[in-house]
Design a binder for this molecule. Structure first.
Ligand code: HEC
Ligand code: HEC
Length: 254
């Protein structure tokens, strides 16, 4: 008889005696207190009620999301954001914001409503480990205006890397990284490879003052960053970002 089988047998005996015991002596059970609704900050806080996400659990919980975001988080339709390679805590934070209505989107409210905080982290861990497929930056030449002669994405590239101090626009690299990988800690979202139409919509909303979250959860950083961007700059930034190649799947799930 192998060691493992011997152990297995002992385990079975143990389980049997535990079962017998629990049948003969009914235990007194105090009902656990109903947990208070989790604040969104708690969802993403390492000291919150959740533990780091489980990739396998997240994969099965994400099946329902595939129709729009793709099986591996690489949405085929550019109106839906890619989630592949996105940081676990960013995904969990935003699912929490959709669920509470602090990020207003009717479609995502429906999909987030049934998720627990732990589901959100599990799903986040699954997508964080997927590879984001990069798109293509638009390199057609700008024919008129102050940027005439440049490639379309180059206006965005310069802003992304250097910002424009004269107009209070910070460099995007400061938070989103030179390769668009973001930062899993704060969390700053990964941008590299994102569909340009989605990024244009987000940056335009930020410029109009949109901030995701309310009260303590509110993050007004991007509303400040985008305030002075022109339409052309937003479109060019989005194109540059779509073409950024970032080795993802290595983003980590923290
Ligand atoms: C019917 C289409 C559809 C389905 C299904 C769907 N989503 Fe979404 N999702 C969207 C749209 C549209 C947006 C963009 C919302 C906006 O513009 O604010 C979005 C945005 C998101 C974002 C924010 C991304 C970012 O970069 O900020 C996350 C996270 C997300 N969805 C996760 C999920 C998860 C997890 C599921 C499954 C439980 C899911 N979605 C199912 C359409 C969908
Ligand atoms: C000081 C840090 C900081 C700087 C600088 C910054 N960002 Fe952000 N950005 C953030 C944070 C934080 C978020 C997420 C906000 C949230 O979770 O509500 C974000 C979100 C975004 C999003 C939405 C991503 C998504 O998946 O929905 C885009 C697009 C974006 N930033 C683009 C830019 C661009 C372009 C620049 C440079 C012009 C820039 N950011 C500069 C911190 C920054």
């Amino acid at each position: 008889m192998s060691f493992r089988r011997t152990l297995g047998l002992v385990g079975t005996l143990f389980a049997a005696s535990a079962l017998a015991q629990s049948e003969s002596t009914p235990a007194t059970v105090t009902a656990a207190e109903e947990p208070a609704a989790a604040a969104v900050t708690e969802l993403t806080d390492a000291h919150g009620p959740t533990v780091p996400g489980n990739v396998e659990a997240g994969q099965s919980k994400s099946a329902v999301c595939a129709a729009c975001h793709g099986m591996d988080g690489n949405a085929a339709d550019p109106q839906y954001p890619k989630l592949a390679g996105q940081h676990e805590r960013y995904i969990a934070r935003h699912l929490g914001l959709f669920k509470s209505g602090e990020r207003n989107n009717a479609i995502m409210l429906g999909f987030a409503a049934t998720l627990s905080p732990q589901d959100m982290r599990d799903i986040g861990a699954f997508y964080a480990g997927q590879n984001a497929l990069p798109g293509m930056a638009d390199d057609s030449l700008i024919s008129e205006g102050e940027h005439a002669g440049k490639k379309f994405y180059q206006v965005g590239e310069t802003l992304y890397r250097q910002g424009d101090a004269s107009r209070n626009i910070p460099a995007c690299t400061g938070c989103h990284g030179i390769a668009g990988s973001g930062n899993p800690g704060p969390p700053y979202p990964r941008l590299a490879g994102q569909h340009a139409p989605y990024t244009v919509a987000q940056l335009t909303a930020f410029r109009d003052g949109a901030a995701h979250g309310k009260g303590d959860n509110e993050n007004i950083v991007m509303a400040g960053v985008a305030k002075y961007l022109t339409d052309q700059e937003i479109a060019s930034l989005a194109s540059y970002i779509e073409g950024l190649h970032f080795q993802s799947g290595t983003a980590g799930s923290k």
